[in-house]
Design a protein around this ligand. Structure first.
Ligand SMILES: [Zn+2]
Length: 225
């Protein structure tokens, strides 16, 4: 992605990150707020492998999927604010009292140079604004693995995330909220959470902007980077 895309996104009049309509203020427009594929309460908290909990506010489909893909690959950084707020709300509703520190699933240094920003870090920063705290870097991505979305089988996705992250900073003793953009198979979050726990974290819970709908429920599309 070119840095100019991100700059244009910031310089031009604010657009709703979901429908791209120009509006007076940044953030999601009222029409999208009403129409987005919100996850019902029964599905907004998922138990991943090993009992790791992950909360998310939206289904990964339609304008949500488009906004997240623009955000990840085409400099659509204006989505970070609204998506970060929604992640914070989902975490507060479903995981309140479970964490006292916030971190994110990082991209590699190489990807950061190419893209110009770390999308999950931006989500974590925007989520933390609501709480008046700062996210802490507690993970480093040490191996540039193929994108998860390029792999078809769940088994390949699980293998692909092994040995990719290392602990950074001081996770020991902290109860950590780990933020990522999309939680698909959960393999990335489980792998990253395992690293934090191995480094002495007292607990890890997760939040993402979106889950793909479960297989058989209108979609089940693969989507994680
Ligand atoms: Zn809109």
């Amino acid at each position: 992605m070119k840095m100019t895309d991100a700059l244009l996104d910031l310089l031009f009049p604010p657009k709703c990150p979901f429908c791209r309509r120009v509006q007076d203020a940044p953030g999601m427009c009222p029409a999208c707020e009403a129409a987005l594929p919100w996850i019902d309460e029964a599905h907004s908290l998922r138990e991943l492998r090993g009992g790791l909990l992950c909360a998310a506010p939206l289904w990964y489909e339609d304008s949500v999927r488009e906004a997240i893909l623009r955000f990840k690959f085409h400099g659509g950084v204006s989505a970070a604010g609204p998506l970060g707020e929604l992640i914070a709300q989902a975490a507060a509703e479903r995981l309140s009292g479970e964490f006292d520190a916030v971190t994110w699933v990082p991209v590699s240094a190489k990807r950061l140079r190419q893209r110009g920003y770390d999308q999950s870090r931006l989500l974590a920063e925007n989520a933390c604004k609501l709480w008046g705290v700062e996210p802490e870097r507690l993970l480093r991505k040490v191996r540039d693995n193929p994108p998860q979305s390029s792999l078809d089988s769940a088994e390949d996705r699980w293998k692909n995330t092994e040995g990719v992250y290392e602990a950074a900073g001081e996770p020991a003793g902290k109860r950590i909220l780990l933020i990522d953009d999309v939680c698909s198979t959960g393999s990335t979050l489980v792998s990253a959470a395992g690293v934090l726990l191995a480094a002495g974290a007292a607990g890890v819970v997760c939040a993402a902007a979106a889950f793909p709908r479960p297989e058989g429920e209108n979609g089940g599309e693969k989507g994680k980077e």
